[in-house]
Design a protein around this ligand. Structure first.
Ligand code: NAD
Length: 281
């Protein structure tokens, strides 16, 4: 089907497991996807954008101008098509055998501005797991910065520029860790619980424009993020997510795709758990 034909989608953290699956899922139904990730992920980002016939934007979402750059990429970035028409007029005067050739070149520049954001997926996120006793201030701040503060700053910049179209769909990646909690993840759990608070407040604020704002809260999903966790935690995570073959990025992408659909207009301010009905919370 083509539920997203003609829609412009932005996916942050698109070079990661859930982000790439989501970008692919949205593009499969016709969305034009702006794939955003850190400059270090440029290679993966560019190949994904090429595969999806979308756009790549190397951007750290915590940068002070991140919101402005997203606005620029989605509302003022222009596709410039230059058409050159060459007209050759030849006038031949037989009496004097003089041939005059006049060449006129007309250059027409068509500027087609992209038309704002229809689907916004705040997916980029990090973990810095540590027991609270050992957690440094830097580990607290980096997680809060990426998972919460960057999202809020970007949303503020998008609103100031009117970058979200009426009836847009916004989805934030929360986590079961932000609902049930997780030992050794005080920073991460707090950031995701707070993100759910932001989603709820924002869903009310944007209601009048028909924009829905929801969260998805995955359980254990097999990506680079969880691949870095100790083996015992990974094994437990796989068992807990028994209903979905260990929890795959595609499971989350499918839930996001539902919330991104135009006809999901009655669902806002919600947190949809994608955890195989087997984790606490
Ligand atoms: P991942 O590590 O595979 O992908 C995360 C991506 O975000 C990476 O490509 C990374 O480069 C990017 N990113 C990080 N910081 C960024 C920044 N400052 N600016 C731009 N991009 C940045 O992880 P994932 O598992 O795909 O996680 C995606 C989201 O899902 C995260 O928000 C994560 O917290 C959430 N989540 C994951 C799981 C899981 O089990 N994997 C569970 C619950 C929630």
């Amino acid at each position: 089907g083509g539920a997203f034909v003609g829609k412009t989608a932005v996916v942050t953290g698109a070079a990661g497991g859930i982000g790439a699956a989501t970008a692919r899922r949205l593009a499969a139904d016709g969305a034009r996807v702006l794939c955003v990730d850190v400059p270090q992920a440029q290679a993966a980002l560019s190949s994904l954008a090429a595969e999806l016939k979308g756009q790549a934007l190397a951007l750290d979402i915590t940068a002070p101008d991140a919101g402005a750059k997203l606005v620029a990429a989605t509302t003022t970035t222009t596709t410039t098509a230059t058409t050159t028409a060459t007209t050759t007029a030849t006038a031949t005067t037989t009496a004097t055998t003089t041939t005059t050739t006049t060449t006129t070149t007309t250059t027409t520049t068509t500027t087609a501005a992209t038309s704002g954001i229809d689907i916004l997926i705040h997916n980029a996120g990090i973990t810095r797991d540590r027991t609270l006793q050992r957690m440094s201030d830097a580990e607290w701040h980096s997680v809060m910065n990426v998972n919460l503060r960057a999202v809020i700053n970007i949303d503020r910049a998008l609103d100031a520029a009117g970058a979200l179209n009426a009836n847009a769909r916004e989805v934030c990646l929360a986590s079961i860790s932000g609902i049930a909690g997780n030992a050794g993840q005080t920073n991460y759990s707090a950031s995701k619980a707070a993100l759910i608070g932001h989603v709820q407040a924002r869903s009310v604020a944007l209601q009048a424009r028909g924009i829905t704002v929801n969260a998805v809260a995955p359980g254990f999903i097999e990506t680079a993020m969880t691949g870095r966790m100790p083996m015992m935690i990974r094994e437990a995570g796989r068992r807990l997510n028994a209903l979905s073959q260990g929890g795959q990025p595609g499971d989350v992408a499918e839930a996001i795709a539902f919330l991104a659909r135009g006809d999901a207009s009655g669902v806002s301010g919600q947190t949809l758990r994608v955890c195989g009905q087997s984790l606490l919370g």
